[in-house]
Design a protein around this ligand. Structure first.
Ligand SMILES: Cc1ncc(COP(=O)(O)O)c(C=O)c1O
Length: 383
């Protein structure tokens, strides 16, 4: 049997990893500024993470959600503490798409409505509801076309207000910082307006924090910069530092009932051990503050480099928008200088999504290499 060929691959196989370094099967080291697609939050193979997971595995790896699992309660408490959303309720699942699927379904159960507002350049996942609110026709199958959804321009307040007069709105779903779409930040005023409009008509404000959450922006959720709460936060990537886990935080006015949501694997012992370890390390190593510090350092320096059109994002969720296509430059970074970065749907954008404890020397090293490559690129364009 062969693999179903859906992923364009780098010709590299990673054999081991530590902190923000990964090594290939030939022993070549790479600086990881991609974090395995924004997943590695506390660094690869963190000793506390390894210890938490292996200790748990020696006790029990899995039982079903039909029994008490105190590790889930522990996770809810730690999450409430670090995110400041103590009054929310936690439902656990296994991925970002699944978190959004549950968030949208819950919003519809709660309101009895079905019209959703989403935004241009959004990405919310590939399951049915999640993909139907994702702004990419190429990954929507005909079967996904039944969802009632309006795609509006991000940060267009008048457009948003106008749409609320046209439909009975079930939910608004929005990334605090769009990831796949190329690091576009939702403005504070826009998020505050969503809050206000949802309150006026009883619609549900869903904050997709799958990529921009878990401290990556310097705040626990990137949406927190706006100073208003959403009704549901969806989370995944950084949550388990690579162990598959997702979840939603649900405001307390949205009530649970038995069988409303459910999953076989969500919240299993190993996933909770991984997620508890992540939160412990985030607190112990003050990783949100470190993300802010290292992020500010990178953003300030990158903004001054000739050929960089714009640097967007906050903390360690950074988009470097070039005046030209970034594909060749990213290849040079990877194959010549052994630095992993991320792409975005817009070809001019390079995404940086490293672990929140990326050492400052590694950030400096990247800046030196990047500046050198940009100088060569600028010289080539000006010839
Ligand atoms: C903002 C956002 N939401 C949802 C998802 C889907 O997450 P998953 O791939 O875990 O299903 C992603 C994945 O990139 C994402 O960036």
């Amino acid at each position: 049997m062969k693999l179903f060929d859906v992923y364009p691959l780098y010709d590299i196989e990673i054999a081991k990893a530590k902190g923000s370094v990964v090594w290939d099967t030939n022993g070549q080291a790479y600086t990881d500024l991609y974090g395995g697609h924004a997943v590695i939050s506390i660094g690869h193979s963190h000793p506390h993470y390894i210890s938490r997971l292996s200790t748990q595995l020696h006790k029990i790896g899995f039982y079903s959600n039909s029994v008490h699992i105190s590790q889930q309660v522990e996770l809810a408490e730690k999450l409430g503490d670090l995110s400041g959303k103590e009054n929310f309720q936690l439902f656990l699942c296994n991925s970002g798409a699944e978190a959004n699927e549950n968030a949208l379904k819950l919003a519809s159960f709660h309101t009895g409505r079905k019209h959703v507002i989403a935004f241009t350049n959004s990405f919310h996942g590939r399951t049915s509801l999640a993909v139907s609110v994702t702004d990419n026709r190429a990954i929507q199958a005909p079967i996904n076309e039944n969802t009632a959804v309006s795609f509006l321009v991000l940060n267009d307040i008048e457009g948003l207000k106008n749409e609320f007069t046209k439909h009975e709105i079930c939910a608004v779903i929005i990334e605090g910082i769009q990831g796949v779409g190329g690091i576009h930040v939702a403005s504070d005023e826009f998020l505050q307006t969503i809050r206000m409009l949802c309150d006026q008509v009883g619609a549900v404000f869903i904050a997709d924090a799958v990529q921009c959450g878990y401290g990556r922006s310097g705040k626990f959720f990137a949406h927190d910069f706006a100073g208003v709460d959403a009704d549901i936060y969806s989370m995944a990537k950084g949550m388990g530092n690579g162990f598959p886990i997702g979840g939603i935080l649900v405001a307390d006015h949205i009530k649970a009932r038995h069988q409303l949501l459910g999953t076989t694997f969500g919240g299993n012992y190993l996933a909770c051990a991984a997620a508890n370890a992540v939160l412990e390390v985030m607190k112990e190593e003050d990783l949100m503050a470190r993300a802010t510090q290292t992020g500010n350092f990178l953003i300030e320096r990158l903004s001054k480099i000739e050929g960089v059109k714009e640097v967007r994002g906050t903390g360690l969720m950074i988009g470097i928008d070039l005046n030209s296509d970034s594909t060749e430059l990213r290849k040079k970074l990877l194959y010549k200088h052994h630095i992993f970065t991320g792409s975005a749907s817009s070809k001019s954008v390079i995404r940086l999504l490293p672990a929140l404890n990326l050492p400052i020397e590694m950030a400096s090293h990247f800046l030196e290499v990047f500046e050198e490559l940009m100088q060569a690129e600028n010289a080539r364009i000006h010839v």
